[in-house]
Ligand binder design. Structure first.
Ligand code: SAM
Length: 304
């Protein structure tokens, strides 16, 4: 699924999917990237997201869970809403709702993603709401995605529980909630992982981890061939939630069949292989990224 902010599993340099938004030829003609001419949202999308592929994968899992096509998708913490755009593009009946608190980020998404990826008719099927994810309940969605650990801004059980209950209220009967989650001993270390992306370097800094509160502070920096750097392009002050806590909170919110999708390991490099399966026991990976899934009761289930 999504490339994610943190390098997946043990692989620090996993390259993103080719099914991305980057127009290869045009990028070649552009002047070399520097801290002065770079746009942090473009770099983030290139380094961290694989929205076309993600939209396909979440739809497939939804079909597998419910036997129905995923039509109404809500992307919480949507940022630039690139995934929501790709969901809309996938089918003429697809509808997406993107929710984010940050007006400038949504505006950037409107200009660079919505206007460029979607035609007029498709744009009618996308709604972007500048709202707190705690406050939105309509329109009711078939599935809600909260990716790149964004829900970790909720740092108490009370807050995260309230968010999950709100997701429950916002889903149609049989609807599916997907959250991604990360962990492993590597995540707890103070360090910076660096990965080359076309024309720049992506740096993921783990700045602070407090074992008592599970507060974790991370930052994304971008470095360029001319030696300039966009430092603290994005800074995240989060709680590191465990899978056990997330599953318990899903159940408390009313979700059924709450489970984890665990990524398989690529025997060649020990990194993730991009294939997710339901598991009750995880592996002792240095670093893992996984998904917690729950379904709102009320519609026939198809498969596990
Ligand atoms: C890590 S970015 C995630 C972007 C994108 N979803 C992704 O997968 O890469 C987190 C986003 O969450 C938004 N955000 C933080 N708290 C929020 C809240 N309570 N309600 C809505 N959006 C929120 C921020 O404005 C930011 O755009």
């Amino acid at each position: 699924m999504s490339e994610s902010t943190k390098p997946r599993k043990k692989t620090a340099g996993k390259s993103r999917s080719k099914a991305s938004t980057s127009p290869k030829k045009r990028a070649d003609k552009k002047p070399k990237l520097t801290a002065r001419n770079a746009d942090k949202h473009v770099l983030y999308q290139l380094a961290v997201q694989a929205p076309e592929l993600d939209a396909k994968i979440y739809s497939r899992w939804f079909k597998r869970y419910t036997g129905r096509d995923l039509r109404v998708l809500r992307e919480d913490f949507c940022g630039t809403a690139v995934l929501a755009c790709h969901h809309v593009k996938r089918h003429p009946d697809n509808v997406a709702i993107g929710v984010d608190l940050d007006g400038p980020t949504l505006d950037w998404g409107r200009e660079h993603n919505v206007a460029r990826l979607l035609d007029q008719e498709q744009q009618q099927r996308l709604t972007l709401l500048q709202e707190n994810v705690l406050d939105v309940q309509a329109p009711k969605a078939d599935a809600i995605l909260a990716l790149n650990f964004s829900y970790s801004v909720f740092n108490t059980r009370e807050q995260l529980g309230a968010y999950l209950k709100n997701c429950y209220r916002s889903l149609k009967p049989g609807g599916v909630l997907y959250l991604d989650s990360w962990g492993g001993p590597d995540v707890l270390k103070k360090k910076t992982d660096k990965r080359r992306v076309k024309g720049f370097q992506y740096h993921w800094e783990q700045r602070l981890y407090d074992p008592i509160s599970h507060r974790i502070v991370c930052a994304i920096h971008f470095a360029f061939p001319d030696g300039t750097k966009l430092k603290d392009a994005f800074v995240y002050d989060w709680r590191l939630w465990t899978l056990a806590e997330l599953r318990e909170l899903f159940v408390e919110a009313g979700f059924e069949d709450t489970h984890v999708l665990w990524e398989g390991t690529d025997p060649k490099n020990g990194g993730g292989n991009g294939k997710f399966t339901r598991k009750e026991k995880g592996d002792m990976d240095e670093c893992w990224i996984t998904f917690v899934v729950g379904r709102k009761p009320g519609a026939p289930r198809r498969s596990k």
